[in-house]
Structures are given as C-alpha cells and as structure tokens.
Ligand binder design. Structure first.
Ligand code: ACO
Length: 322
C-alpha cells in the first residue's frame, strides 16, 4: 500500500470586498458587534463569478504549486453546498475547464466539513491503489444563499475556493483522517431545496436561504472541534506539544479561541484568517491551509491538525505532516 502527501495547494477569492460597515446599509449592525462576536472584519463576494470559476482559479494555483502535470491527475473531488447546477457537478465542469478528460470527478456535500470529507475519500482512493494524484477542492458562493435582511446570519459568510493536490508517497504524511456526522433533527443549520412540485400547479418555488440557531451551533462547534483534535492525537499517541500548528475551520474567532483554550494549545499555534474572509464553508479549510503555507506559518516538515465542523451536522479532522 502506498501512502499520501500534500503536493501543492492554492486558493482564490473574488475581488469585491464587503466590509462590516458595508453591511450597515442592509441590517441594523455595527463593525464593533460583528468583530467582537466573530472576529470578522470583511469578506469577499462574487460578482458574476460562479462556484466553478472560483474552483478553477484555486485549482490552477494548486496544480502549479504541486509541480504535477495536470494530465497526471486522475481524480477530482469538489466539496460544495453551492454548486452552480443540480447537475452537472462543479467537479465535472471543472474537469472540462481544466482540460483533464476522462478522469473520475464528483461533488460531495458535508457543508463546512466538506473538504475534510473530500480529503478522506481521495486519500483512501489513492491508498487503495486505484488512483495516483487527486485534486481536491472546497469552493463556495455562499453569499447566493444569504438572506441579506437577517443580521443573525448575513454578517458571517463569504465566497472563495481552496484546492489541494495530493499524491502517492513513500512516507505517511497524511497520517490519519476522522469524519463524523449527527443528523440535525433540531434543524440548527439548514437551507432547504425547492419544494416538491405539484404537477397540477407546476409552481417554481423561490430559493431558500441559510437558517441558523447560532448559540446552539456555537455549543456544538466548541464541543466537537476539541474532541476531534483530541481523538486524532490519542489514536496516534501524540500530545498537543507534538503539533506545530492547528488549522481550524474559520467560522468564528471565539469558537477557535475556546477550542484552543480547552485543548491547552497556545493561540500562536492556531492559524487565523477569518478577519479577511468570514466563513467560506467548505472553502475555509483549504484556503487557510494554502495561506498558512504561503505565509510560512506552516513549513516543510511541520506536523499539524486541520479540523472543521458544519451543517449536517458534520465534523472532520486530519493529522498531516507537510
Ligand atoms: N449585529 C448586531 N446585533 C446582532 C447581530 C448583528 N449582526 N446579530 C445578532 N444580533 C443581536 C441579537 O439579535 C441579540 O439581540 P437580543 O439580545 O436583543 O435578542 C444579540 O445580538 C445577541 O445575539 P446572540 O445570538 O446571543 O449572539 P451570540 O453571542 O450567540 O453570537 C453568533 C451570534 C456570532 C452567530 C454566534 O452564535 C456564532 O458564531 N454561532 C456559530 C455560528 C457558526 O459558526 N455557524 C456555522 C455555519 S457554517 C455552515 O455550515 C453553513
């Protein structure tokens, strides 16, 4: 059996920046409230670029940094809750746009944990021997599902994409991945698809928007993220001292602060970029990993855990040596 490693990473966010002050034209809020409750100062919003376009630009960056010829990529997995079409998937359109004909390509949905799920699937497919080089993408245009009159949610989200190329390796760099889910029967976090269509009426229902019970999601997040990190450490006979850094899903600064406190990890080891992007759902983790690498926060040989939680409810974590 071969092992796997990260060969390259990339990311892309749309040009338009929307600050906390910009949101005041739509809802009764303030920069002070948003920043102190979430750590967010601004987010990027797509103006015309679809999820596919963001995924494509992040993928080009990742493929370039990997040094792997795109014709050697034999698997594409895209994590998204905002595909441009019900079908074809972003992954298949991405395949065509990249000019990688005939390879396996599919989308998955595990909300903000989606990238960890995609990484686990691709990692196992390579380790099983059937595939060699995988392009894994988290891409979202979450602002298309935003209710711009709901101050409880509209201040939180942004658009963007992150990508990673993983490849076969002699060393066990992507050492362990955990994912899990618990059905959200209490509907803490959801966005409904169009209603069933009655053929007698054939009415087209409007697109729903994101609904969230923020305080409940906060409690879930601050329980599951430390638990996932702890589980990964324990089953690999490691302690937090063995980690050079943690790259957590960028949903809320206070969620990450509390998780780090509970784990006994210094905030200096927690990579943060939520201030610039807000919560970009499945794109958050790969954007953060890419930035951590490009800014030298994460260096070759560093051991780190990346961890996420999200709608579903879902969670995931990975123990990786760069
Ligand atoms: N500006 C000003 N006031 C606001 C705003 C706003 N944008 N939003 C809410 N408020 C008000 C509320 O109305 C409430 O006022 P009230 O007391 O008069 O009713 C007050 O602020 C406090 O609201 P809370 O909801 O108690 O604020 P809280 O401290 O819980 O913070 C937050 C809210 C930031 C949403 C927090 O609960 C949180 O981060 N939860 C987790 C969210 C998250 O990570 N979601 C993941 C989604 S990812 C995915 O899968 C798509």
């Amino acid at each position: 059996m071969s092992f796997t490693k990260i060969a390259g990473t990339g990311s892309y966010v749309p040009e338009r920046v929307f600050t906390n002050d910009d949101l005041k034209q739509f809802v009764d809020t303030s920069d002070e409230w948003i920043y102190t409750r979430t750590g967010i100062k601004e987010r990027h919003m797509s103006t015309g670029e679809d999820t596919l376009d963001l995924a494509y630009k992040a993928s080009l960056n990742a493929i370039e940094s990997s040094g792997i010829d795109k014709s050697d990529i034999d698997l594409i997995v895209v994590a998204t809750v905002t595909p441009d079409f019900a079908f074809p998937g972003v992954s298949q359109l991405l395949q065509a746009k990249l000019g990688i004909e005939g390879v396996t390509a599919f989308d998955i949905n595990a909300a903000c944990s989606g990238f960890l799920y995609a990484l686990q699937i691709a990692d196992k497919m390579i380790k099983s021997g059937g595939f060699h080089n995988a392009l894994i993408v988290g891409a979202e245009t979450l602002t298309r599902l935003t209710d711009w009159r709901d101050r409880n949610t509209c201040v939180l989200f942004g658009d963007g994409a992150g990508a990673m190329v993983i490849t076969e390796s002699k060393e066990n760099n992507i050492a362990d991945i955990i994912t899990g889910a618990q059905g959200d029967e209490d509907m803490l976090l959801y966005c409904k698809n169009p209603d069933l269509k009655d053929p007698e009426v054939n009415a087209i229902s409007p697109q729903d928007h994101i609904h969230m019970k923020g305080a409940e999601v906060f409690k879930f997040a601050t329980r599951i993220m430390p638990k996932t990190v702890q589980d990964l450490l324990e089953r690999n006979d490691l302690t937090v001292e063995d980690l050079d850094c943690v790259v957590a899903h960028q949903a809320n600064q206070r969620i990450i602060d509390k998780s780090a406190r509970d784990l006994g990890i210094d905030m200096d080891k927690m990579f943060m970029n939520i201030g610039k992007y807000g919560n970009t759902s499945a794109a958050s983790v790969p954007i953060a990993i890419d930035e951590a690498i490009r800014t030298n926060f994460l260096k070759k040989g560093d051991k780190f855990i990346t961890v996420a939680f999200g709608g579903g409810l879902t969670w995931g974590g990975a123990l990786i040596t760069l």
